[in-house]
Structures are given as structure tokens and as C-alpha cells.
Design a binder for this molecule. Structure first.
Ligand SMILES: C[S@@+](CC[C@H](N)C(=O)[O-])C[C@H]1O[C@@H](n2cnc3c(N)ncnc32)[C@H](O)[C@@H]1O
Length: 264
């Protein structure tokens, strides 16, 4: 196995071991209701959201750009326990998505975790909202869940490298995922920094992977404008998965927005 394969597989295993919260899934299940819905899970990863939705009777199609994440999801599908769930490899930035869905999910803070390649970060975020709109039937809903904090630059000034995760995968590779030095510009809301993976395969051959990370943290005002421009009306709004009340503070916004039904 190449170092790239060892790293990608370790990363996908880390995700499934560590990112297994489900409060957003409980909220989503209540929004979808009891009747089976056709759901597009954008950037489905290892199926954290798609699989419980399938288990609840919904018809779910997922896509993701990462083959190692999809391989883990496919392994779940191969058990035969999720007959209403399908998955495909797709870069959400490359062309139109499948359409006709009752609900489209941009969950798990996807807006801030997009792999954008050469595409401008903010343009990619807006494109995902437009593609989500196109993928819905008229009257269908977008589930959007993202971190939304008006960080002052000072909050980032003394930031030191820190170990975000350390785990061992199924093949016995131990690794540490380190968030390195970074800079945040409160004007552009763009964070640039280094990500470091220190990996120790079971049979030796330790190696380190370093990558630059660039992320744009959209403001609530940005997202509201983008949603309106695309043609969504926000019907339900949550802060930290609780109904938003006037002045409620929190860093996670989740919303359920409807695609308008065309006038004939
Ligand atoms: C934080 S994970 C979330 C996975 C899953 N939705 C969940 O709730 O656990 C982000 C996922 O987005 C995928 N992703 C990022 N950019 C993408 C793109 N341009 N097209 C398709 N998938 C993408 C990554 O491969 C990764 O699996």
C-alpha cells in the first residue's frame, strides 16, 4: 500500500471512529416525518447520516468525492441492512447533481469543509446551495447545518498547533492529526493554516503528511443572502439544534428551507 493509501484510509477510519454524534440526525428525522422521503445526502462521507435515515425507511442517495470514505460506506451497504440507500462517487463541484428529491442535505458543517480544488471557496459554497436547489422537487426542503461564529481576529492570534485527533485504525496504523499554525482574517473570514498528519504504520515506515488548508467561514448574513438569491425560504431555524429564539447564542446554525413551488 502506498503512503497516500495508508493516510487516506487512516483518515476515513478516524472520521468514523470520532465523528459519530447524532443530535443533528434526530432533528432531521423529526423534520422529514414518518412518510418515506427521497433524500440526497451531499458529501455523505461514511454514511453517518444516510444510514440511520435509510434504517428509518427513507430512500437515500449519497455522493462523496473521497473514495476511502465511500469504501467504508459501501461496506455498510454490503451487509444488506440498508436496501433503500445508494451511493456514488462524485465531486459536487463537477456538473449537475441528480434531481427530483424531497430533501437535500448539506449537513455536518459541509460549507466550511468543502474540498474546492482550484475553485474560489466562497464561489464553491454558493454553487453548492444552487445545486441543492436544482436537485430538489418544487416544495422540497434543504437541510443546512453549519458553524456560524463571528470570530474576532484576536481569538486566533495566540493559536498554537494542537493535536485534534489521535487514533489507531483497523490495520494498526497509529496517527496524530495536528492543526498547525494558522492565520484568520476577520475581514474576509478566511482561515489559512497547515494540517499535519503524523502516521506510524504497524509494520514501520513512519511518515508525515503536510497540507495547506484554506477555509471560508460564511457569516449568517452571507448565508441568508445566498439562500434568498437561489430561491429558498427558511421555514425553521435552530441554534445548536434547539429552536432559535430571539437573542439565543450558539455557534451552530441548522435550518430547513423550502424551494418555492412554481406558479403555473
Ligand atoms: C465533515 S465530512 C461529513 C461527512 C458526512 N456528511 C457526515 O455527516 O458525517 C465532509 C465530507 O465532505 C466531502 N466533500 C468535501 N468536498 C466535497 C466535494 N467537492 N464533493 C463531494 N464531496 C465532498 C469529504 O470527502 C467528506 O467526506
Amino acid at each position: 500500500m502506498t503512503q497516500l493509501e495508508i493516510w487516506e484510509r487512516w483518515d476515513a477510519s478516524l472520521y468514523e471512529q470520532q465523528e459519530n454524534y447524532r443530535h443533528d440526525i434526530d432533528l432531521l428525522l423529526s423534520l422529514l416525518g414518518d412518510k418515506p422521503q427521497r433524500v440526497l445526502d451531499v458529501a455523505c462521507g461514511t454514511g453517518r447520516m444516510a444510514l440511520p435515515l435509510g434504517r428509518a425507511g427513507h430512500i437515500v442517495h449519497g455522493f462523496d468525492v473521497s473514495m476511502p470514505m465511500l469504501a467504508r460506506m459501501q461496506a455498510h451497504l454490503n451487509t444488506g441492512e440498508f436496501p433503500s440507500v445508494t451511493v456514488e462517487h462524485r465531486d459536487g463541484l463537477a456538473g449537475a447533481w441528480p434531481d427530483g428529491f424531497d430533501a437535500v442535505l448539506l449537513g455536518a458543517n459541509l460549507l466550511c469543509n468543502l474540498i474546492t480544488g482550484e475553485t474560489d471557496y466562497m464561489a464553491a459554497q454558493r454553487l453548492f446551495l444552487r445545486r441543492a436547489h436544482e436537485a430538489l422537487r418544487p416544495g422540497g426542503h434543504l437541510f443546512l447545518d453549519f458553524d456560524c461564529v463571528d470570530w474576532p481576529t484576536s481569538a486566533w492570534e495566540d493559536a498554537q498547533p494542537w493535536v485534534c485527533f489521535d487514533v489507531t485504525d483497523e490495520r494498526g496504523t497509529y496517527g496524530r492529526y495536528i492543526v498547525g499554525q494558522y492565520e484568520y482574517d476577520a475581514g474576509t473570514r478566511v482561515c489559512r493554516g497547515e494540517r499535519i498528519w503524523e502516521l506510524q504504520p504497524k509494520d514501520g515506515g513512519d511518515f508525515t503528511v503536510r497540507k495547506m488548508s484554506v477555509k471560508h467561514f460564511p457569516s449568517w448574513a452571507d448565508v441568508q443572502t445566498w439562500l434568498t438569491d437561489v430561491g429558498f425560504a427558511v421555514e425553521k431555524l435552530y441554534v445548536d439544534c434547539e429552536p432559535a429564539e430571539q437573542g439565543r447564542e450558539g455557534c451552530r446554525i441548522t435550518l430547513w428551507a423550502r424551494k418555492a413551488v412554481m406558479e403555473s
